[in-house]
Design a protein around this ligand. Sequence first.
Ligand SMILES: C=C(O[C@H]1C=CC=C(C(=O)O)[C@@H]1O)C(=O)O
Length: 358
Amino acid sequence: MREKLFQYLGHLLEQNLPFLALKMAGSSLVKVIAQNDQKWYKSAPDKVAYAVFSKFQGYENQVYIAGEKILSFNYEVSTSQPKINQSIIPEDGKEAYLELFEKAMLRLQNQQLSKVVLSRKQEFVLNDSDLDIFERLLDTYPMANGYFFFHPQVGKWMGATPELLLNVQSDGLNVAQSKMDDLPVTVSTMSLAGTAVDDGSLNHIWGDKELEEQQLVTDFIISQFKESAAIDIKQSVVETVKAGHLLHLRTIIKARSTTSEIKTLLNALHPTPAVCGLPRDESMGFIVKNENYDRSYYTGYLGIIEGAQHHYFVNLRCMQLLEKTAVIYVGGGVTAKSEATLEYQETRAKLQTMHRLL
Ligand SMILES: C=C(O[C@H]1C=CC=C(C(=O)O)[C@@H]1O)C(=O)O
């Protein structure tokens, strides 16, 4: 099935046909939603199934892929260790990052902001084909949500994101019935923040900065759920989870809602303080004015919608594939307790997730 998947994706690329291929965390299926033509749908197509690829900011460049061809491929993760690029990542953009950090720190110290996510990008030469890289991505990160997105007018993106934005499951109804509005559904999301490099010790001790920044995300999600009329809101304990060579703090949050409220919920959640900051509008303003580059689809979201089943993920640990280079996007949450060089090192550690595949 592995060969069939790559043959099929190769065919779609050759024909310039838009697709989203997604393997959800821990699953052994790669789902491919593809179109029969090159049309760019900027709003949800009139199909039971479709995919979405959304920017961090603004909705005018939203990409929907009509589910004209929907295929699932069994994917057994390779038992042999995939090749990993271990070359050292050159320093690039450190000064600009530190300058940005200083500006953010002024706003954090005078309490205009309580958290802001600062990001940057770095470009690397490509030595392999896109499909070879995607195969390595799926084998290297079986517990991530691995995806490959292509649209001839938008480009190619790939990632292995650990972060669920919103999962919607209809309460025991099948897809055909789920065309109806107002079905009761179970919604879940996660508060994911705080980063450490995994040193193999099972019990990482987190600092106050990480515990607080993750709590801010949890509180934000719960308050947005409440405002969006979700009921039965429940949260898990805070856990330490692995994402490749990194560790994060995570809380799972579940609630009940209705299908007609999904769009409201999605807009209420995105962008969470895991990718933007708090207060949200002020952080967004700070990012847009000061980051000095366009995040584009990084920290936006991607998703697959099939009737009343929706799966949306935050577009993190990702890269944009150009003709001869890959642009990797990384960021991290900064609070008044942050230290500049540690935050910069964190962005370097996050670069490795994609860099290892190149
Ligand atoms: C913004 C990113 O990560 C987010 C998700 C988990 C942990 C994060 C952190 O520790 O700052 C970030 O909020 C990124 O990977 O580019």
